[in-house]
Design a binder for this molecule. Structure first.
Ligand code: RTL
Length: 198
């Protein structure tokens, strides 16, 4: 019975939702100081082109001048075939919405990807789960043409059952339900021999 109610609510929400990027709800009163520390990606929706494969861990910090910065590790393929652990850096630019940032990112080595993306925090309880969203290209009809999204957990082994339902509801709200893959953690980026620094 409960399952039917949840399914109905999700359907109702998806009917009401027109998938406009401008209408996406983000975390209210986002507090970046509570967001610091390690977040393990447990799910991801890929953008077009090259992306982080697995073993993805992000670490957020606040600098003394209260700017948010982050580092990320993740397995990637470079030069078409070479598997390495990428060490990435990011700085964030504030916008009038405290949960929406501009993110400039780059790799420790020039061969790694760099760019400017939006970085939105859709929802988080700061202690267990976080849902991130980035739209790289808004289509003419206002929907997102090229997005990526991470489901983060404070625990490498996954989300608590009570957080899974919230995450499913949010995935649906951002029109990405069913588009995620599980992100595995097998220690690949804990072995410094796999780091690429050239
Ligand atoms: C996330 C938040 C924490 C800081 C950074 C992030 C994104 C990293 C990306 C890396 C892509 C790397 C590739 C390398 C292959 O050349 C959003 C996790 C930096 C998008 C594709």
């Amino acid at each position: 019975m409960l399952l039917y109610v949840v399914a109905f609510c999700l359907l109702a929400v998806s009917w009401a939702n027109d998938c406009q990027v401008a209408n996406i709800q983000v975390m209210q009163n986002f507090d970046r100081t509570k967001y610091v520390g390690s977040w393990y990606a447990v799910g991801k929706k890929d953008p077009e082109g090259l992306f982080l494969l697995d073993n993805i861990v992000a670490n957020f910090t606040i600098t003394p001048d209260s700017k948010m910065t982050a580092t990320a590790l993740g397995r990637v393929i470079i030069f078409g075939h070479w598997e390495v652990c990428a060490q990435m850096f990011a700085t964030f630019e504030e916008t009038p919405d405290p949960a929406k940032f501009g993110m400039r990112y780059w790799g420790i080595a020039a061969a790694l990807q760099s760019g400017n993306d939006e970085h939105w925090v859709i929802d988080t309880d700061y202690e267990n789960y976080a849902i991130h969203y980035s739209c790289r290209e808004v289509a003419a009809d206002g929907t997102c043409h090229d997005s990526y999204s991470f489901i983060f957990s404070r625990h490498p082994d996954g989300l608590r059952p009570q957080d899974q339902q919230i995450v499913t509801t949010k995935k649906n709200e951002i029109c990405l339900l069913g588009k995620y893959r599980r992100v595995s953690h097998n220690g690949y980026c804990e072995n410094s021999e796999n780091f690429y620094r050239q």
